[in-house]
Design a protein around this ligand. Structure first.
Ligand code: ADP
Length: 403
């Protein structure tokens, strides 16, 4: 080991660990770096044990290694860095290094290489290596922050869900008492108190019933869990949905068509809930004409893209996101009944399956002329490879096109 500077590292100095057997070459490297504006504290080593020791002692900012040494190889220093879990940049300096070897070294993890007869390039190579390391560290930091935030968010979501479940579940019982007794009051004392009292008891009992229905919906929302998934034939689900919407279909004169629908990987009951909510809404929010509803599905990469389109009252684009929030509605209940939970349930189910849901205006019409609800569902996992293969093919042909 040969320290080229007598003093230990000073603040702002570049700590260099140099793997080099030739004293003169080592000095030339330090000179080149000083000339390039660096203030250096350098330690020179020749073999592995020394390298390991100095690595631990001085934690260098950069390692410069001669490619060929009598007892060792510069690239083996890289192995030591890896073993120690250190991401210190390593720059090879060599008398002669063919292009193929140089590229190979960089592929293996060396940051750069500089020829000994072109040491003027070394400061720039070191600067770039340090910069890359800084960027890498920042990126890693950002990734870690993001992962931590995602974990916190998932935890707080789970807490919220638990809270919504417990609150709505436990509120049911006292509310049942309030509803029952206000109803009893209404029945027993109607006409026996003054007119105002009848009105107030009426409001109280209406309020209690309404709150019961909201709480039941909230409970239904928080019960949407990660129930078991399997292959679900959407054609069969569709038939069931049409049966359970039978009276609404008959009453409104709705015409519902659907293409041949795929099998998806989902929970059958939840898939039925999604289709039933969307088709039910398409019937409920109809315009003057009888509803014309069409359900389609097409494959896009690893997902099936479903669409449920209608000719109903449509949705102004500014509300396109709000409507998926719990209890958000655009109309009074006297106009259209409901609590505003259906789409929130759809969104929760779809997102739990790794999909997305959104609404678009009918193509060619503005708002007020029907809506198209779209959602994605993952392919059957057995098919995923197939979809993936298709993606790979697409990427390959894109690359071919580019070259
Ligand atoms: P609800 O049907 O009980 O109101 P949803 O969550 O299903 O609750 O829907 C939220 C709101 O989104 C509805 O109140 C309505 O304003 C709007 N909406 C949903 N589906 C449609 C549709 N097909 N056409 C027009 N508006 C719709």
């Amino acid at each position: 080991m040969t320290p080229t500077d007598d003093l230990g590292p000073q603040p702002g100095q570049l700590r260099l660990l140099h793997v080099e057997d030739n004293q003169l070459d080592a000095e030339l490297v330090v000179q080149a770096l000083r000339k390039g504006g660096f203030s250096i504290s350098a330690v020179v080593v020749q073999e592995e044990a020394e390298f390991e020791r100095e690595l631990r002692l001085q934690r260098p900012d950069v390692v410069i290694a001669d490619y060929n040494l009598p007892q060792w190889k510069g690239m083996e220093a890289l192995e030591v860095l890896r073993r120690e879990g250190l991401d210190i940049p390593l720059i090879l300096v060599s008398g002669a290094l063919g292009d193929i070897t140089a590229v190979d070294c960089i592929k293996q993890g060396a940051t750069d290489y500089v020829l000994k007869d072109n040491l003027a390039r070394l400061p720039e190579a070191v600067r770039r290596a340090l910069q890359e390391k800084r960027v890498l560290r920042l990126r890693r930091q950002a990734e870690e922050d993001l992962a931590r935030k995602a974990e916190e968010l998932a935890r707080s979501n789970a807490d919220l869900e638990q809270f919504a479940y417990v609150a709505s579940h436990d509120l049911q019982e006292p509310l049942r008492m309030v509803a029952a007794y206000t109803q009893l009051l209404a029945e027993r004392y109607r006409g026996r108190l003054d007119e105002n009292a009848d009105k107030f008891i009426g409001y109280a009992s209406e309020g209690a019933l309404r709150m019961q229905s909201l709480i039941q919906d909230l409970l239904a929302f928080s019960r949407v869990g990660r129930n078991g998934s399997g292959r679900v034939d959407c054609n069969a689900v569709m038939e069931e949905v049409l049966v359970s919407l039978g009276s609404a279909i008959q009453e409104s004169g709705a015409v519902i068509t659907h293409a041949s629908l795929p099998e998806v990987w989902a929970n059958r009951t939840q898939m039925a809930q999604v289709l039933q909510n969307l088709i039910g809404n398409a019937i409920k929010f109809r315009g003057k004409e009888p509803p014309v509803i069409s359900v389609q599905a097409e494959k896009t990469g690893q997902h099936w893209l479903f669409s449920v389109s209608d000719n109903g009252i449509g949705i102004a684009p500014e509300y396109a996101e709000n409507i998926f929030v719990v209890f958000q509605r655009l109309h009074a209940r006297t106009e259209y009944p409901g609590n505003g939970i259906g789409l929130a349930i759809c969104k929760k189910i779809i997102e739990r399956n790794g999909g997305k849901i959104w609404v678009e205006a009918q193509a060619g019409h503005g708002s007020g002329h029907g809506s198209v609800f779209k959602f994605t569902m993952p392919c059957d996992p057995a098919e995923k490879e197939l979809c993936g293969d298709q993606n790979n093919k697409d990427i390959k042909s894109l690359q071919e096109l580019r070259t």
